[in-house]
Write a protein that binds this ligand. Structure first.
Ligand code: GLU
Length: 539
């Protein structure tokens, strides 16, 4: 990557819309692997902006690099966008629009790119280069030996290479006729100021000496990204090209291509999104972050490398929470609001409020977002989501398990959701709602169990038996009254009582839990606890 480029940012107002142009944004991933978080964020920002301005959001598949093609990646991209609810209204997998096909390999077959490359040659803005990889290597070594910081094929070095600028017309023709492999390169002018506007960064100025003679058409006839995306952005009438910061160094070359093609009026506005950084801010977030939070929206298995990655979906994230979290990575609304529905994001979003600097990924905050959405869900919805997990757990314990009623399940969800980030945590947080405890928190027992406490538990059991309705308020009143009669402070027995009922020392609101479990079950559990713990203590 050519990070040696010196950019000059000019202070100037930013603008993000052009008059008289329909807003059309494309998400243009290459199917070279699973779509990670950064890619989804790019798609999301494009989607939000397009929707805000009643424009179009397009999915284009940039599959010109055959050597990096990964089976299943395209399908994965489509499924990920669907899961996130950021669906294109035009493009691969979403119904073709007026500019079909949307897959670059298919467009290449139609000769779309060659035409533009040949136009550039005819106008003297591009040339054929016949250099072999050995010759290119030798050139690089020569320049390195001469202490050139960033060796590149450019206005100076091309003079000593084998191309249609240095060879005679005859020689070029001979090479062509003999079928010698060649590429087409952009003829970047020497020492010229290239200036362009980036919606996020403002005006950027780069000297052309820092730009190399990029390959536009490869020897296999495939266009490179540089040519292909420009041709497609022109033909698909794209108004905004939004992409990762890693493309910023190539932007000056792209400006030249538009100019050389005489299509500056068709050029989209550019926006280079900031990187997503590791939680400690030290470098780019990698595909495997140690925080345990996924980097991919869905489970992804890369058949090329044999590596698999866990997805947000499979970890139990809600798509709305994932999308909300992603939106806040590098963008801010300018207000303290953090929770946004998709509709609210659409209304609030602008590229002008996207930061130039990298956005730190925060695993805890990511979980927090899910928790906020979990709390907002109705108990009935949560019960539906929890049911299959519960079924699996109960099945593993006994083959003739019975699922509780929906209203019981909803009651459990209501109580356990407060402290959970994911539905998948409900089982660990409240398995005792479904199976009576067989062991009891040893520390609490050691600290609190004595004759007086045992007598208290027995007395509460009796008091409970006498209750005709078993609400949280009534059981709590009976509990307090018994403590008073027994002359024991509630603080001495509260946690012990909880352990007798649930087996564990912490959990949701105590008497709400008691009410939900119901009289028969609670009485049974208290009696069991007294005998099991009492026996244990005696032994
Ligand atoms: N195919 C490019 C990539 O995956 C797209 C960059 C762009 O959006 O222009 O990075």
């Amino acid at each position: 990557m050519h990070w040696h480029i010196n950019y000059m940012y000019l202070c100037s107002p930013k603008f993000e819309l052009m008059e008289n142009r329909r807003v059309r944004l494309r998400f243009a991933p290459s199917p070279t692997g699973g779509l990670h978080m950064g890619g989804v964020r790019t798609a999301l920002f494009c989607y939000l902006f397009a929707k805000k301005h009643n424009g179009d959001f397009i999915l284009r598949i940039e599959d010109t690099d055959q050597t990096r093609y990964v089976n299943g990646a395209e399908e994965y991209i489509i499924n990920s966008l669907k899961w996130c609810g950021i669906e294109p209204n035009e493009g691969v997998g979403f119904g073709d629009g007026p500019h079909a096909p949307y897959r670059q390999s298919e467009r290449k077959e139609l000769g779309v790119y060659k035409k533009y490359a040949e136009q550039l040659i005819a106008d003297g803005h591009a040339y054929y280069a016949f250099d072999t990889s050995e010759e290119l290597d030798a050139m690089r070594k020569r320049l390195e030996a001469a202490k050139v910081v960033a060796p590149q094929y450019n206005a100076v070095t091309r003079q000593s290479m084998r191309n249609s600028l240095t060879l005679s017309e005859d020689e070029v023709k001979k090479l062509m006729d003999a079928g010698t492999p060649y590429v087409i390169r952009l003829k970047v002018p020497r020492n010229e100021e290239i200036r362009f506007h980036d919606i996020i960064r403002g005006w950027v100025v780069v000297n052309s000496t820092q730009v190399d003679d990029k390959v536009l058409l490869k020897s296999d006839g495939m266009p490179t990204y540089h040519l292909a995306h420009i041709v497609d952005d022109i033909e698909m009438e794209i108004s905004h090209a939004v992409r990762g910061e890693e493309w910023l160094p190539s932007a000056p070359a792209h400006i030249l291509i538009y100019r050389f093609l005489g299509k500056e009026d068709k050029m989209p506005l550019l926006a280079h999104l900031p990187l997503i950084l590791k939680p400690d801010g030290n470098g780019k977030l990698s595909k495997r972050d140690k925080s345990g939070i996924p980097m991919f929206p869905l489970n992804w298995y890369d058949e090329r490398t044999g590596e698999s990655y866990v997805g947000y979906r499979e970890t139990g994230f809600f798509p709305e929470a994932f999308v909300n979290m992603l939106a806040m990575l590098g963008w801010n609304p300018g207000t303290p609001q953090e929770i946004f529905t998709k509709e609210e994001l659409i209304q609030a979003f602008s590229f002008e409020r996207v930061n130039k600097s990298g956005a730190k990924f925060d695993p805890e905050k990511t979980k927090w977002f899910n928790q906020q959405y979990l709390r907002k869900k109705s108990d009935a919805e949560l019960a539906e989501l929890f049911k299959p997990i519960l079924e699996e757990k109960l099945k593993a314990l006994s083959s003739d398990f019975r699922l509780p009623t929906s209203s019981y399940l909803e009651g459990v969800c209501k109580l356990v959701k407060e402290k959970s980030h994911f539905v998948s945590e409900f089982w660990d947080a409240g398995s005792y709602f479904f199976i009576a405890p067989t062991n009891y928190d040893a520390e609490v027992i050691k600290k609190r169990w004595n004759d007086a406490a045992a007598n208290f538990i027995k007395a509460v059991t009796e008091a409970f038996k006498g209750l005709s309705t078993f609400t949280a308020a009534e059981t709590e009143a009976a509990f307090k009254k018994t403590a008073e009669t027994q002359g024991i402070a509630t603080g001495q027995v509260m946690q012990l009582f909880r352990v007798c009922v649930s087996g564990v020392g912490g959990g949701p609101m105590l008497f709400e839990m008691v009410e939900l479990l119901g009289k028969d079950e609670v009485v049974k559990r208290l009696e069991t606890a007294v005998s099991v713990i009492g026996e244990g203590v005696k032994a």
